[in-house]
Design a protein around this ligand. Structure first.
Ligand code: G1P
Length: 302
């Protein structure tokens, strides 16, 4: 039993990164040398998925181009003997992996975006990955960890992590009953509650394994937080019918939907990069040693 289909909702406007995202997809913003969406696809493949379903919009053609073969580029790299670059280009989509692109006509929320995947998902359990949430640095990629839980329980699984209480308004927040350390059954879920209304500080991050029953429940979901059709509200209805699990994954999550999270991802993944990690570490060491309280980098205008 494995999840073969992974859905990537990539139709969002990316307003938090304007003007960078005025004419380009936020999911194509690079972290060191790969666009965010490529990390997401790699994670889905590592978990055993072989069909990538992108819910996209008219401004996101670069995502489709990225996952297409570029024979002209490949032949130029081949002719110049640039083997490593050629491999990096070919590795974007390994053999045996297929892509489906579905246009989301209007952006009415994450729930509605997921519902657009129905023709491609059909009656199978499936994964959802939000490319904004980049997760790295664990013994296994996050979705592969979730797949192990799914194999054990055969039911929906959501990735969760503790967040500071003052940030509950940014997330879907769950109320849980522990099964074992790191794994719980969800008893309640609410989208973006204020801290005083939040049932806990356990937040859903952008990784879900869902049963196809969710499609019917999204259809019945009325606009919720922010006037949008929320996946969280459909999951609440799903909980009434089926077990939904919360899994506290191992790894570091970078909120690449925010500038600060995106910069952290670039710095930390830059430090781990095999080609530039060492040089970058030296540069950061030198930079930080130059910073003293009387020498605030802001004051230099840099
Ligand atoms: C979405 C979900 C939210 C979840 C979050 C994780 O919100 O609606 O429940 O906690 O992703 O990143 P968004 O960040 O798209 O507003």
């Amino acid at each position: 039993m494995r999840i073969r289909k992974a859905v990537f909702p990539v139709a969002g406007l990316g307003t938090r990164f304007l003007p960078a995202t005025k004419a380009s997809a936020k999911e194509m913003l690079p972290v060191v040398d790969k666009p965010l969406v490529q990390y997401a696809v790699k994670e889905a493949i590592a978990a055993g998925a072989d069909e990538m379903i992108f819910i996209t919009s008219h401004t996101k053609n670069s995502i489709m181009d990225h996952f297409d073969r570029d024979y002209e580029l490949e032949s130029v790299l081949e002719a110049k003997g640039k083997e490593e670059l050629l491999k990096s280009v070919r590795d974007v989509l390994p053999p045996g992996i297929s892509c489906v692109f579905i246009r989301q006509p209007e952006q009415l929320g994450l729930g509605q975006a997921i519902s657009c995947a129905l023709p491609a998902v059909g009656d199978q359990d499936f994964a959802v990955i939000l490319a904004d949430d980049l997760i790295s640095g664990a013994f296994q990629p996050c979705m592969a960890q979730m797949q192990r839980v799914y194999q054990e329980y055969g039911t929906s699984v959501l990735a969760v992590q503790r967040v500071p209480w003052e940030e509950t308004h940014k997330y879907g927040i769950v109320e849980v009953e522990e099964i074992r350390p790191g794994l719980s059954e969800i008893r309640g879920i609410v989208e973006k509650p204020d801290p005083d209304k939040a049932p806990s500080n356990l937040a859903v991050v952008g990784r879900y394994i869902l049963t196809p029953r969710i499609f019917r429940l999204i259809e019945k979901t009325k606009p919720g937080a922010g006037g949008e059709i929320q996946l969280t509200d459909a999951i609440e209805a799903l909980m009434g019918e089926q077990t939904v699990l919360a899994y506290e994954f191992e790894g570091t999550r970078y909120d690449c939907g925010s500038k600060f999270g995106y910069l952290k991802a670039n710095v930390e993944m830059g430090l781990q990069h095999p080609d530039i990690g060492e040089e970058f570490r030296g540069y950061l060491k030198q930079l930080t040693s130059e910073w003293t309280e009387s020498d605030d980098p802001k004051a230099t205008g840099s």
